[in-house]
Design a protein around this ligand. Structure first.
Ligand code: MG
Length: 288
């Protein structure tokens, strides 16, 4: 029944656009428009919110642009986003390209609406993205403790089965929100048949789940299209891709959100406003 319902609503269901503002890799030398300071991030998020993005995926940086896990910085970012982007879903990254330990979750006590949760390890272009089982368990416990909804990151097929196990064991409760990441060198490529298989498996492995996907670099636009056409949600932003097109660097995160919003328009998918986004994700409409 549920599956039928989802299928019937594919074309008309609102699409959530997430913007990954900064990430941990790109620097000003790669694209001077990438927001690094908290103020730049808030300003960028606000522009994106006005263009239709309703989730802000957040990393924080030090003044020299290196990656930071400072709870103080995350606190300031959350405060600014609440003030200037009222209703936008705040999602902290617990991704650990440069850290293997619990440092990655120490900002969870600030209680963002969501946090990313990687559930397996894989290779990145020049490193191993290490997510040992005990760290995964600890991050889930922390998220449950602070009532934070995880966005489950699937960098490889086995991660989806791990997510299903965590769901079956009631470690992940409620309706899971699952994101496929495709197109990172040395991890899962942006392969259409794998994408279709992922979606089919979600229907089989979870009673109820929503999904989105992120394409890295030149695959961003293509993955946006795949998601929007298949009834999923989607992610854009300069964390994943610093270019507007082959010939031009993105002038802003908002310019990328505009591209994604336009794909929604072409495919007649309404863009989820912040209330719809919170309803789809099972997040409260009142928050602090
Ligand atoms: Mg990230």
């Amino acid at each position: 029944m549920t599956q039928m319902k989802i299928k019937n609503n594919y074309q008309t269901s609102p699409c959530i656009i997430c913007v990954a503002l900064t990430g941990s890799v790109p620097r000003k030398k790669h694209n001077k428009n990438i927001p690094i300071s908290i103020n730049e991030q808030i300003e960028s998020a606000h522009e994106c919110f006005e263009e239709g993005a309703t989730i802000a995926h957040c990393h924080v940086r030090n003044n020299d642009e290196s990656i930071s896990f400072s709870p103080d910085k995350f606190f300031k970012l959350k405060e600014g986003l609440r003030k200037f982007c009222h209703g936008m879903v705040i999602q902290f990254s617990t991704g650990g390209r440069y850290s293997l330990g619990k440092e990655r979750g120490k900002m969870l006590s600030i209680k963002p609406d969501m946090a990313s949760l990687s559930v397996g390890s894989n290779n990145f272009p020049n490193s191993v993205y290490s997510n040992p089982p005990e760290l995964i368990d600890w991050l889930i416990e922390e998220m449950n403790k602070y009532k934070i909804k995880p966005e489950i990151e699937i960098f490889d097929l086995s991660h989806l089965f791990k997510a299903a196990e965590l769901y079956k064991d009631n470690k992940i409760t409620g309706s899971p929100y699952i994101q496929f990441v495709m197109g990172i060198k040395n991890a899962m490529p942006a392969d259409k048949s794998v994408f279709n298989f992922y979606i089919k498996k979600i229907d089989k492995l979870f009673k109820e789940a929503s999904w989105c996907a992120a394409g890295i670099g030149k695959y961003q636009y293509k993955i946006n299209e795949w998601c929007i056409k298949k009834g999923g949600h989607t992610r854009t932003g300069m964390e994943d891709n610093i270019r507007l097109n082959k010939n031009m660097l993105a002038p802003s995160n908002a310019s990328l959100v505009k591209l994604t919003a336009n794909i929604c328009k072409i495919n007649k998918r309404p863009i989820a406003n912040w209330k719809q986004t919170r309803q789809i994700l099972g997040l409260p409409l009142k928050f602090n």
